[in-house]
Structures are given as C-alpha cells and as structure tokens.
Design a protein around this ligand. Structure first.
Ligand code: PLP
Length: 279
C-alpha cells in the first residue's frame, strides 16, 4: 500500500518516523478522515475548514494551503486500486527533544493513508445497532480533532466488550456525542441534536444530516438534550464519516424505540445515499 509522508508517496513499509515525534511522545497533533465515494472526496471543504480549526486550537501552523491539501489527497486517491476510500491524515508538531513546551523551528510531520471505506453492513442499516451509555470523562476540548484519543478509545472498547457498536456519552446529565460519532435524536417528528460547542466534535456528517433535513423540510432543533429526553426519544441516530447515518435500536441491552429503525431514519438514510454522488 502506498502512503504519503512528509512530501513523498512511498510504500507503507518504508514510511518511518522518529520515536521522538511529538505525536508519539505527547499525542501532540490533529487529524481528519475524509470519506471518498467513487474517487470523489465528500464535503472536502468542510473537512479542511475543520482541520484549520483543530490546528488553530493547538496553535500549530497549517503546513499546507487548502489547494495543496486537495492536490495531495487527490494524488493519493488516484494511487489506490479501490474507488470508495477513507482518507486519513494527521499532522503532528514534529520531532524534537522531549520537552512539553513547543519546540522552535521544527517542521510538522504530515502523514496520509487511504483505506477501503468500511461502511455499515446492510443488516446494520436494516436492523439498527446497539449502544451502551457512558459518562463523558474526556477533556473539555472535544471540538478539536486531536490524535489524543484515549478517552474515546477506552469508551469504544467498553462498547466492543458489551457487543455494542458505540458508547453514547452523557456529561452532567446531557447528551454529548459517542466515542467516534455524533448523536442525533428524533422527538415528535423533530430532529434534535446538541449544539456544536466545545463538548462535541463538529461532525461533517452531522452538518450533512442537518442540511439534508432542512432541504427536505424536516423540523430541526439544535439545543442541549437532557439524558432522560435522549433515552426516551422516538429515534436515535449515530452519524460519522464511516457510519454515515445509523439507527440505534438497543441501549444498554434493552430494545430502544421498538427495536427497529424509525421512519425518519429511513428518510434520512435515503437522503444521505442520494447526496453521496453529488459533486
Ligand atoms: C468523537 C467523534 N465525534 C463525531 C465524529 C463524526 O465526525 P464526522 O461526521 O466528521 O466523521 C467523529 C468521527 O470520527 C468522532 O471521532
């Protein structure tokens, strides 16, 4: 497999970085994952804008312009044998003697790889997925897409251990998001989701779902969602670049929302599928 590292396309086996890279030592970096349908990146400007936000949030200068990023991404896409891809890229603060403070005059490390896009199975789409609930114990900058993901990693493993797809987080009695997805609920025909503040990642698929809902004249509301409201909603959806939109039909081992994806999920799923092939 060909990957990109610091200006070069090279075989994965030859892509090497120093053990002093601050990504390795401190988790000091940010990342993006862009879904690619039929070799076309989906909502690339949104991903590049979020990357800039994350870089600004950790005070790391963007090593590339948006046009340069697009060129590198498209060059990597073209080198892959498969058409539907997940392009992952990360930027770390580079290689320096270990010291918490930022090093001076160091070039950031840029790594990019593309894997086949692992979308939900037809069964997951048809029957929905199970989640568990969890206390959101992560830091207070969940809006930054940093590579320091230990809180998310532990929560996702707890879900896997319970045979579930995701852990859905609550902080101080309110819904935040899931370990690697945003969470939207439906109540009385209204699509509701928490605001894009510092407590959740501003998901590109979350934005897509809201844009599609508004275009289809569905009622939407962005506001804090209390835990009891989320757990008694008519529908709950997960959204992410690899899950697209998925219905939750079991929570903490009990059937949720009748144990079947609801009517608005089916509508949103169809709208999303249609939107994928748009330029
Ligand atoms: C914590 C978290 N929230 C939300 C999302 C969804 O973001 P997007 O729709 O941009 O993939 C992700 C995606 O990886 C995530 O890791």
């Amino acid at each position: 497999m060909t990957v990109y590292l610091n200006g070069q396309f090279l075989p994965l086996e030859d892509a090497k970085i120093s053990v002093l890279d601050r990504g390795f030592i401190y988790g000091d970096g940010v990342y993006e994952l862009v879904p690619v349908y039929g070799r076309e990146p989906y909502r690339l400007p949104g991903h590049l804008a979020r990357l800039q936000r994350s870089l600004d949030g950790i005070r790391l200068a963007n090593p590339h312009s948006a046009a340069e990023w697009e060129t590198i991404i498209r060059q990597l896409i073209a080198r892959m044998a498969f058409a539907d891809q997940g392009v992952y890229f990360q930027i770390t603060r580079g290689v320096a003697k270990r010291d918490h403070a930022f090093p001076i005059g160091v070039t950031p490390t840029v790594f990019m790889m593309s894997n086949p896009l692992a979308l939900p199975t037809p069964e997951q789409i048809e029957r929905g997925v199970a989640v568990i609930t969890a206390v959101d114990e992560r830091w207070l900058h969940c809006d930054l897409k940093t590579i320091s993901l230990l809180g998310n990693v532990l929560a996702r493993q707890a879900a896997v251990d319970a045979g579930a797809a995701e852990s859905v987080f609550f902080r101080n009695g309110y819904l935040t998001e899931a370990s690697a997805s945003n969470v939207l609920v439906v109540k009385n025909g209204v699509v509701v989701a928490p605001p894009k503040d510092h407590l959740i990642l501003p998901g590109i698929t979350y934005d897509a779902a809201f844009d599609l809902a508004r275009e289809a004249d569905l009622a939407v509301e962005v506001r804090p969602v209390p835990k009891n409201e989320a757990l008694s909603a008519d529908e709950m959806w997960l959204s992410s670049s690899t899950k697209e939109v998925l219905a939750v039909t079991m929570i903490d081992g009990k059937a949720f929302a009748g144990g079947r994806p609801g009517p608005l999920f089916r509508k949103m799923h169809a709208l999303f599928q249609a939107s994928k092939r748009r330029p």
